[in-house]
Design a protein around this ligand. Structure first.
Ligand SMILES: [Zn+2]
Length: 263
């Protein structure tokens, strides 16, 4: 499996992806908003884009579909419940489905509601697993729930699915928000030394060569995985004085999501 992360350089800070089979040169484009950059990358590598995967229905993820389909004839894949929201969908995806790219690449579909209620992530079962997480999981952050999502569903996705994946899983999100997210983590947990060290290191990173984290790293630097941290809980109590001594992780997650909206 060959992965190309493509930095769009747009105001929304989108990352697009190409996933290719090294044997056949067939490629899958994830959320190819910047269809021109994606097509140029594929051409430079000698790849044929035969499939488009939309992680969800938002325009900054689907906006490149039409042009990409016109130029490649690629089929559009997305969550089964997105069919009335994404024009031209050719394959409706459910949890556990397998997306094949060429002869060598197989990606498992995860049904990951929360940011929207028809969001999928793709998981590779390669030696080093990889998660293409769209707007569900960001580096050091979580998706918002403003446009068709639900915070409780997002919590369940984090706790029941993402937190159970192999710690070695590489994380490829839909946007470059790491700097801002690390600042939020530090506002909630000022003694998080790993987050501070990473912010010092990445504050001026070139998104064309972005740092790729793992779930193991996310467990250290992502507030939304640090729901039992005594500092996170103590700090949360400053905003929510009624918080019990040992709040359940779901409550902590929902309060953090609420604070992140206002931050
Ligand atoms: Zn979105």
């Amino acid at each position: 499996m060959i992965v190309k992360q493509i930095w769009t350089g747009n105001a929304y800070r989108n990352f697009n992806y190409l996933i290719a089979c090294g044997e056949t040169g067939e490629a899958l484009a994830i959320d190819p908003l910047d269809h021109e950059k994606c097509l140029k990358t594929a051409k430079d590598e000698g790849w044929d884009i035969t499939q488009i995967l939309n992680t969800h229905e938002h325009g900054d993820h689907t906006g490149g579909n039409d042009a990409m389909v016109r130029q490649t004839g690629a089929r559009i894949l997305a969550h089964k419940d997105a069919a009335d929201k994404i024009p031209g969908m050719a394959r409706a995806l459910s949890a556990g489905d397998v997306v094949k790219v060429g002869k060598t690449v197989e990606l498992e579909v995860l049904d990951t509601p929360g940011h929207t209620m028809c969001h999928v992530c793709l998981l590779s079962h390669t030696d080093r697993p990889a998660l293409f997480s769209g707007d569900t999981l960001f580096n050091a952050g979580a998706g918002n729930c403003h446009h068709g999502g639900h915070p409780s569903a997002l919590y369940k996705t984090f706790s029941d699915q993402l937190a159970r994946l192999s710690p070695a899983t590489a994380v490829y999100p839909g946007h470059d928000y790491i700097e801002n997210n690390l600042r939020f983590t530090l506002s909630r947990e000022p003694d998080n030394e790993q987050a501070q060290a990473m912010l010092d290191r990445l504050a001026s990173q070139d998104p064309n060569h972005a740092y790729v984290s793992t779930l193991e790293v996310e467990m250290q630097i992502n507030t939304f995985f640090r729901l039992t941290s005594p500092t996170v809980i103590a700090k949360l109590r400053e905003s929510f004085p009624d918080l019990p001594d040992q709040p359940d992780p779901r409550t902590v997650f929902l309060k953090l999501r609420e604070l992140r909206n206002q931050w």
